[in-house]
Design a protein around this ligand. Structure first.
Ligand SMILES: [Zn+2]
Length: 313
């Protein structure tokens, strides 16, 4: 009798525990600065290696992706075809390619007219490559997610984008991969594999801390966890660490969904009225729009030793 009871208790517990670890969390993956962002290294061989690995990992984890392109990266005539071939690989995998402006210039530094030109020039090749896809949602992401340092600039660009069928792409998780990537890529080039591994591990831990912060703040804002949108870059660090990053997300109960699916959640109807020179996550913008005054003090920063290496570059 006692042992039967223990078995029942054990079964109940294991079922509850399994459900907790299989919480239905969802995440859309977005990757910026396509085809590839280099740190002091020959572009093409590294870009080819990184692209192949990132796409392999996304397929392995069945993670739909939107990749945001800077077409100025296609400029060098001798490599133009080879660089376009990299984008073709993304399309071949089923990725949606979005517009990240032509040359990644900062809206804070430009007039509305200059930024509109960056948008118009931003997806000429991309649209051609996406032609066979049929109708698809056009997505735009501002460089550095700087969406306008004055209300007038922000509104003008939003109208310009909406009139051309673009949706502005939010993000809710940002893991400072571009900071970790600088010392990581340098360590790799100098064959300092111990430092590269230390940076990779710190990056993964920091990514999970940033994810956990998003999970914690979401219920304070919406009463539940909303689909998260991760923003990362097409760089060496993610070529190395994306597999483990997605595996750790899966262990937290995430399943990967398309950006269309994530943004179908009503939370993404929340207005972003935030104006400023910085490019914070959408949680901070929504907190301002909804007058919630939530604390972002627990939003983690990269470790000091990583920031020091980054600033020494
Ligand atoms: Zn970017």
């Amino acid at each position: 009798m006692k042992s039967t009871l223990m078995v029942v208790v054990f079964l109940l517990c294991s079922s509850v525990c399994a459900q907790t670890s299989r919480a239905q969390r969802t995440m859309a993956v977005t990757i910026d600065d396509l085809p590839y962002i280099t740190i002091d290294a020959p572009y093409l061989p590294n870009a080819q290696r990184a692209t192949k690995e990132i796409l392999r990992v996304l397929a392995k984890h069945k993670a739909p992706v939107v990749g945001f392109v800077n077409e100025s990266q296609l400029e060098p005539a001798a490599e133009r075809d080879a660089r376009i071939a990299l984008l073709k690989q993304w399309v071949g995998l089923g990725a949606v390619l979005g517009n990240h402006t032509y040359s990644h210039r900062d809206l804070n530094q430009l007039t509305v007219e200059q930024f509109e030109e960056e948008i118009t020039k931003g997806d000429v090749v991309t649209r051609e490559l996406m032609k066979a896809r049929g109708p698809y949602q056009l997505y735009f992401r501002h460089p550095m997610t700087h969406t306008g340092d004055t209300p007038e600039k922000k509104a003008a660009i939003e109208q310009f984008l909406a009139a051309r069928g673009y949706k502005v792409t939010p993000h809710t998780i940002e893991n400072s991969d571009f900071i970790f990537n600088v010392p990581y890529a340098q360590a790799r080039h100098q064959n300092d594999l111990a430092l590269a591994k230390r940076l990779r591990d710190a990056y993964l831990d920091f990514s999970m801390a940033a994810t956990q912060f998003a999970e914690n703040i979401s219920p304070q804002m919406f009463g539940r966890e909303i689909p998260q949108i991760l923003l990362i870059h097409a760089n060496d660090l993610n070529a190395e660490a994306l597999d483990e990053l997605l595996t750790r997300c899966e262990a937290r109960g995430y399943r990967f969904v398309s950006l269309d699916q994530a943004m179908a959640d009503p939370a993404y109807q929340t207005r972003d009225t935030w104006v400023g020179k910085m490019g914070p996550t959408w949680f901070m913008r929504w907190s301002a729009s909804k007058n919630l005054n939530l604390s972002f003090r627990a939003d983690p920063d990269p470790p000091t030793w990583v920031m020091d290496l980054y600033n020494q570059r």
